[in-house]
Design a protein around this ligand. Structure first.
Ligand code: URA
Ligand code: SF4
Length: 184
């Protein structure tokens, strides 16, 4: 079995937190497992839970449009979430759930070896960058963690609720595109 197959199997069987009770599918990740960019969201929504694939509902489609407009496709990124099982009614994951699930995200990071991480929204910012950071204050500002560039930006679902955030997220992702180019 490859390391990826092992990881997927571990996640599929996982019962380390309460979220396993209500999930239909464990949602591990999608995209290029050797991509230079890793995008991290919050947790699977309804469609993701049904299909077992992250970011395929309305927020995911909006994210795809935004990324495609910057010529970023699935070959450029791997996308996953802080928790791999859907929180009931899409509530925010608890600390207990996020920390229980963190080893899988670490394994994904170790296998993908991204140069850039994009935190999509407050939950990813909280667990990847800083528990106390405010998304509105920190977004768009590059962070560096052990030689990895980390870009905090909005969650695409926030753009669905408030379209005035679209140009800001576009600008953040344009910085990601430019950083990627500068590394080639
Ligand atoms: N929102 C997320 O944070 N992740 C998904 O996979 C879908 C919606
Ligand atoms: Fe396991 Fe993570 Fe699912 Fe909780 S959310 S059951 S830790 S895979």
């Amino acid at each position: 079995m490859t390391e990826w197959e092992e990881l997927i199997q571990k996640c599929t069987k996982c019962k380390k937190c309460e979220l396993h009770n209500s999930r239909k599918n464990v949602v591990v990740g999608r995209g290029n497992v050797n991509a230079p960019v890793m995008l991290i969201g919050e947790g699977p929504g309804e469609q993701e839970d049904i299909q077992g694939i992250p970011f395929i509902g309305a927020a995911g489609r909006l994210l795809d449009v935004l990324l495609n407009s910057l010529m970023l496709g699935e070959k450029d990124y791997y996308i996953t979430n802080i928790v791999k099982c859907r929180p009931p009614s899409n509530r925010i994951p608890t600390d207990e759930e996020a920390y229980a699930c963190m080893p899988y995200l670490r394994d994904q990071f170790t296998l993908v070896k991204p140069k850039i991480i994009v935190c999509l929204g407050a939950t990813a910012v909280k667990y990847i960058i800083d528990r106390k950071a405010k998304i509105t204050a920190i977004r768009g500002n590059w962070q560096e963690q052990k030689g990895i560039f980390v870009m905090p930006t909005f969650h695409p679902a926030a753009l669905l609720r408030d379209p005035s955030k679209k140009p800001l997220m576009f600008s953040d992702m344009k910085s990601v595109r430019e950083k990627l180019e500068s590394m080639k």
